[in-house]
Design a protein around this ligand. Structure first.
Ligand code: ZN
Ligand code: ZN
Length: 132
């Protein structure tokens, strides 16, 4: 199963492809972010691994990320799409306990305001905010 890697811009809502280029290896996408991407010099960038559809999301190393996020890590942090979907469901759960667990958990790469920008890539529906 071959994968392609694309650089996503999460400063846009919903997320867009930051650079219209498919990479064969994650290191190439990491290098592109490290070198800077024209038009996205100060953006929140991520790496999407696609086997069509999106199968994994990479949050690049903090030193290479053009914008400041809450997460700090030396290497790309990868999260499978299945976990993205579970996390999205938890953030939107009707159960306040589940929502609280999602908000308190170790998901610093993927706070809801960041994760929900990937709704198009994950094919999820964002519910109306219930006054929160
Ligand atoms: Zn951008
Ligand atoms: Zn991160």
């Amino acid at each position: 199963m071959s994968s392609n890697y694309r650089v996503l811009c999460l400063s846009h809502d919903p997320a867009i492809i930051a650079r219209d280029h498919d990479y064969n290896r994650p290191e190439q996408a990491e290098a592109a972010i490290r070198d800077g991407i024209e038009g996205h010099e100060h953006c929140d960038l991520a790496i999407g691994r696609y086997s069509y559809p999106l199968v994994e999301l990479g949050c690049p190393a903090t030193r290479d990320q053009p914008t400041k996020l809450r997460c700090v890590h030396a290497n790309t942090e990868w999260t499978e799409t299945g976990w993205l979907l579970l996390l999205a469901a938890a953030y939107q759960s009707d159960d306040p306990v589940v929502r609280q667990v999602a908000a308190d958990g170790r998901h610093r790469c993927l706070p809801w305001e960041r994760l929900q920008r990937l709704r198009g890539e994950m094919d999820i529906t964002v519910k109306e905010q219930q006054g929160a």
